[in-house]
Design a protein around this ligand. Structure first.
Ligand code: ATP
Length: 321
């Protein structure tokens, strides 16, 4: 077992480009990185059905790979290694390509090859990150000149997490997830990611969160998590983590608690469900402990997809707020 996809290999999204003749870029290879939520609070449900949230987001070095190519055959074609994923307009990469081809009247055909590694429907923003990569990649390929802000404005039309997947790193997400503030980078650590072989519908989780409206919720203290990030204190950060959605998902799927317990027994500083689940992540201060936990989760057959990885941080000019 090796640490999956070490950050050294991770350059900003477009890593290899193909050029025909002098100048025209005809293909681009990209990495779409997953996220975890170090903190997730739901403040209220808006009249339009969206939820107002307060989340601490962290990009991790686990990614899908995409190749975007210009083709003579018109239209958008999507291919993926997972037979059960849609390849039509229901795939977020298709939607992202369509948005830009329509707006900029791009007449070429576009072929997108998507190699999924990020667990699907798992609370890791896999689809959103793929969409973000397509926006970023097509902006490069066609020299559209869109700023990061302009890409993020387009991204939110595809999904609330897409702007964050364009920004990346450690960030506070508010509003429906699209109001972003950069935060100090998560301190160096090792992350164990475990996705049990169950599917959890995000709709089910949010509906049941509201069904429990009368019960007082355990709201995570997101502000104190931000203080821990400012202090660069991994232990404090791990002890302050909280996800209000666990209240719904954990009782329905006890395996989530089993995975958390297994990781903590093996020395995790903290272990929590990401997003609406069912993926669990554990934070470790040494690679040795993280490896032992990896083997324990595997041996206990608690999860099908298990990855050892690290946070992915970006340099920011300044930290606001
Ligand atoms: P989030 O953390 O934002 O809630 P998620 O991890 O729960 O995301 P995704 O893996 O992004 O969920 O995808 C959920 C559903 O979206 C899948 O069931 C799938 O059918 C559909 N989908 C569309 N495009 C993609 C894509 N590129 N990758 C994965 N799923 C996709």
């Amino acid at each position: 077992m090796t640490i999956s996809q070490t950050p050294a290999k991770l350059l900003p999204a477009g890593v290899q480009t193909g050029r025909k003749g002098q100048d025209t870029m005809y293909k681009i290879r990209l990495k779409a990185l997953a996220k975890i939520n170090l903190g997730l609070d739901v403040l209220r449900r808006r009249e339009d059905g969206y939820h107002e949230v307060k989340m601490v987001m962290q990009t991790i070095s686990l990614y899908d790979e995409l190749e975007i190519k210009k083709t003579k055959q018109p239209g958008i074609q999507v291919r993926t290694n997972l037979y059960y994923l849609p390849t039509n307009e229901n795939n977020l990469v298709y939607k992202a390509a369509k948005l830009l081809t329509e707006e900029f009247q791009i007449r070429d055909g576009i072929a997108i090859q998507l190699q999924k590694k990020i667990p699907v429907a798992a609370g890791m923003a896999g689809g959103s990150s793929d969409a973000a990569a397509v926006l970023w990649g097509m902006n490069q390929m066609y020299e559209l000149g869109l700023s990061r802000k302009a890409l993020m404005e387009r991204g939110v039309r595809l999904g609330a997490d897409v702007p964050y997947c364009i920004l990346r790193g450690t960030a506070l997400a508010e509003g429906i997830g699209e109001k972003l503030t950069g935060l100090p980078a998560m301190p160096k650590c090792y992350l164990l990611i475990a996705k049990p072989g169950i599917s959890v519908s995000t709709k089910f989780v949010y509906e049941n969160l509201h069904a429990n409206e009368l019960r007082p919720k355990q709201h995570p203290d997101v502000d104190s998590m931000i203080e821990a990030l400012r202090a660069g204190d991994l232990e404090l950060l791990s002890s302050r983590m909280g996800n209000v959605l666990e209240e719904v998902t954990v009782p329905a799927y006890p395996v989530i608690d089993q995975i958390k317990k297994c990781m903590k027994d093996e020395g995790a500083l903290g272990a929590m469900m990401s997003g609406s689940g069912p993926t669990v992540f554990g934070i470790f201060d040494t690679q040795g402990k993280a490896r032992k936990a990896y083997h324990a989760v595997k041996a206990g057959q608690l999860a099908r997809q298990v990855y050892l990885t690290v946070p992915y941080n970006v340099r920011r000019q300044k930290f606001e707020k």
